[in-house]
Design a protein around this ligand. Structure first.
Ligand code: FAD
Length: 288
């Protein structure tokens, strides 16, 4: 079970995917999942968006990763635009598919809007969803989100960390972080979290650096400052994949060396970089 691994001192490796919207996207993802299967990942996770169709795609992919590819799967679930009755329905479907855990999230406001408005019969914050899963679906483990660079709506770091503790108090078993590029941000965050009573594993979420364009996009998405080395890579117009790989490998090694419980890769549905990183970390990495 991945939770035991996260607490074992041996690094756990996991990958995140999103449900494709086209046939070509599904074909790419099916290849990716087949490529990754031999790595024996500790889990894969499947993201979800707001809105019915996207959610059905998520449920379909979750079912396939569990039952077709035999991968331990964490299904994401957001409160955005969803009543509690529908959240229960989604949770029942996840349970029927055989997920090992649910990633309980609030979700973002719709594009172009800055304020999250809860569904009239729904939840305002992720901790309420965590509480629902814990009380009504006790067989499911629960993950939640954490933010080394602070959630953009939080007034300060301490408040943000206390909201993580609240999710733990409501039943969260582990946290996965938003992507970040400086390990000092992750370790500073963990230190503050531990001092505030957060005891659950906090798994660093890492986006392998593969191109200048993707780097610029992830930096803006993650609210995460870029170190100088990556700013220089982002300014280049040629292929930076080799340097990007080395940067990410060094970043992951640094994380594991100082005790991170594993690495969760944001794969963007491609296996190549994550598979090579996991192989390299297993071969020579600390504690692996
Ligand atoms: P919350 O924990 O509710 O936090 C949101 C804000 O409210 C924070 O500022 C927090 O400090 C504050 N807060 C929390 N609880 C309370 C409370 N009880 N009272 C007052 N303030 C509170 N989005 C998707 O749409 N689909 C996905 O699949 C998805 N996967 C993700 C996976 C990971 C690992 C991460 C890190 C994020 C993911 N997101 C996803 C993005 C996430 O939905 C957004 O970051 C969202 O804005 C916040 O979600 P949350 O679960 O952290 O919310």
């Amino acid at each position: 079970m991945f939770l035991d691994k996260l607490k074992s001192g041996e690094p756990a490796f996991s990958c995140e995917f999103f449900p494709p919207k086209t046939d070509a996207g599904w074909q790419t993802l099916a290849r990716t999942l087949s490529d990754l299967r031999p790595l024996g990942l500790d889990f894969v996770s499947v993201t979800c968006g707001a809105g019915g169709t996207v959610r059905d795609l998520t449920a379909g992919l979750v079912d396939r990763t569990v039952n077709e590819f035999g991968l331990p799967t964490v299904g994401h679930l957001t409160c955005a635009g969803t009543s509690v009755a529908e959240l229960r329905e989604r949770l029942r479907a996840y349970r029927a598919s055989g997920v090992c855990a649910v990633m309980a999230l609030r979700g973002d406001p719709p594009k172009g809007e800055s304020r999250f408005v809860p569904h009239p019969e729904g939840f305002a914050h992720a901790n309420e969803l965590v509480r629902l899963v814990k009380s009504e679906f006790p067989e499911l483990k629960i993950g939640c989100a954490a933010y080394p660079d602070m959630h953009p709506e939080s007034p300060d770091r301490l408040t943000d960390v206390r909201m993580l503790r609240l999710k733990q108090e409501c039943g969260a078993d582990f946290a996965v972080t938003q992507l970040f590029f400086r390990n000092s941000d992750y370790f500073g965050f963990c230190e503050l979290a531990r001092s505030e009573g957060v005891t659950i594993p906090i798994v660093p979420g890492i986006m392998p650096v593969s191109s200048a364009k993707q780097l610029a996009k992830s930096a803006s998405l993650g609210n995460s400052p870029l170190p100088e080395e990556l700013q220089a890579l982002m300014a280049r117009e040629d292929d930076i994949s080799a340097e990007g790989f080395e940067y990410t490998l060094a970043q992951c090694r640094g994380l594991l060396e100082r005790g991170a419980p594993g690495i969760h890769f944001y794969t963007l549905n491609h296996s190549d970089a994550s598979a090579r990183l996991i192989a390299a970390l297993r071969e020579s990495g600390p504690g692996t």
